[in-house]
Design a protein around this ligand. Structure first.
Ligand code: ADP
Ligand code: MG
Length: 370
């Protein structure tokens, strides 16, 4: 995918290739608007090259091919061998493991990027950033003496202190335990928004991507495959690779039976489903259904707006945090996610009967390349 060179506002635009000796080639091309949505998420599975891309953008690593442009500056250009060193890019980088200096106080960690500023100015800025992140009472402590969530905030403070023009965050929540992560997820979003600094956040966590991002770019199998508003990419993956990466649990082969008035009737296994017709369908497609989009009932009941009512047999029931993953056989294998309460109320157990309700609009048909 090529960055859209015709975008009007200021942007970070790159199209780069990093070749590792005896290793993979990481390729990524993207344009990140700097004046519109504050947070762009670069989403991809482990090993897809996310950290490599961030390191190249920060100037800590050098691509073999391509370019990196920020506003009207060229940070990197393989053709002209142009390379702007990291300290002149004005980028704040938050490492995955935060990389705080253990022997320095929180204040000294936050002020690390301000070493050349006069002491009074540095202290004032450290205090200002610490207040913004509500960690001013921690300034004298060492990183080992504060919690994981607090460490994350100190690391964020350190990257914000030099007033960067762009923030790069590598899996900012992955070092935290479950409850802390949940708590900080929403908070991080609002901090990023209020910082006023455009951010590129890297993650392989779907919930994190949904919670933090305005725009989502999916990096998989060697390239950026889809870019768009977060919800749009999640609910309408452009191809099978994106569908898998964004975690659409159900991706089943479907054959087109008929099409009429914007709807397509497709056969999936032995079941028939009505789905929105995305256009471009030939005989074969993949039907993608997100597990959360399926509603379960014990028996066919009052009419609903769901166009698909599938009788099913429960195969497996496995708790997953606050939810329960239920695998059904309804003529094809259908994975669903319901709350524990619903699972209890419906007395779901292997072998029990259920009815799965799926709206036509919840079934995404991806044309299958012949
Ligand atoms: P991600 O952050 O998405 O998990 P990385 O950017 O860390 O992915 O790595 C992308 C790919 O490049 C991986 O296959 C990884 O093994 C490889 N890689 C990363 N750094 C190096 C390196 N210094 N030398 C060789 N291979 C590397
Ligand atoms: Mg990484």
């Amino acid at each position: 995918m090529r960055p859209d060179a015709r975008r009007a506002g200021p942007s970070l635009a790159f199209d780069l290739e990093r070749h590792f000796r005896d290793g993979p080639v990481v390729r990524a091309a993207l344009e990140v608007p700097l004046d519109a949505e504050p947070v762009t998420v670069l989403f991809g599975p482990s090993g897809s090259g996310k950290t490599t891309v961030l390191r190249c953008l920060a100037g800590l690593d050098r691509p073999e091919r391509g370019f990196i442009r920020f506003r009207d500056e060229t940070w990197f250009d393989a053709a002209t061998r142009g390379f702007v060193p990291p300290q002149r890019r004005g980028v704040g980088l938050l490492f995955q493991e935060y990389a705080l200096f253990p022997h320095l106080s929180v204040a000294a960690n936050i002020g690390f990027g301000l070493a050349r500023a006069p002491r009074a100015e540095r202290n004032a800025r450290v205090l200002e950033v610490a207040r913004f992140l509500r960690i001013e009472e921690l300034l004298d402590r060492r990183p080992a003496r504060i919690s994981g969530g607090q460490r994350q905030r100190v690391a964020l403070a350190r990257s914000l202190a030099p007033r960067p023009r762009l923030l790069l965050l590598d899996e900012p929540l992955s070092a935290l335990d479950g409850p802390t992560r949940e708590e900080l997820r929403g908070e991080l979003r609002s901090l990023l928004e209020h910082s006023g600094i455009p951010s590129l956040v890297v993650t392989h966590d779907r919930v994190e991507a949904l919670a933090l991002g305005d725009r989502l770019a999916v990096l998989a199998e060697g390239s950026v495959r889809q870019v768009g508003p977060v919800h749009e990419v999640f609910s309408a993956p452009a191809d099978l690779v994106v569908a898998r990466v964004v975690g659409t649990e159900n991706v089943a082969p479907a054959s087109i039976v008929s099409r009429d008035a914007g709807l397509a009737l497709v056969r999936v296994g032995t079941a028939q489903l009505l789905a929105l017709d995305p256009g471009g369908l030939h005989d074969e497609a993949f039907a993608c259904i997100r597990a959360e989009e399926v509603v379960l009932e014990t028996a066919p009941g009052t009419p609903t707006s769901a166009r698909n009512e599938l009788t099913a047999e429960v195969r497996t029931v496995s708790p997953e945090g606050p939810l329960v993953r239920v695998t059904l056989d309804c003529g094809f294998r259908l994975v669903t996610l319901v709350t524990r309460r619903s699972a209890d109320r419906l007395a779901l157990a292997p072998g029990s009967r259920a009815v799965a309700l799926v709206k036509a609009s919840a079934i995404r048909l991806v044309p299958r390349a012949s």
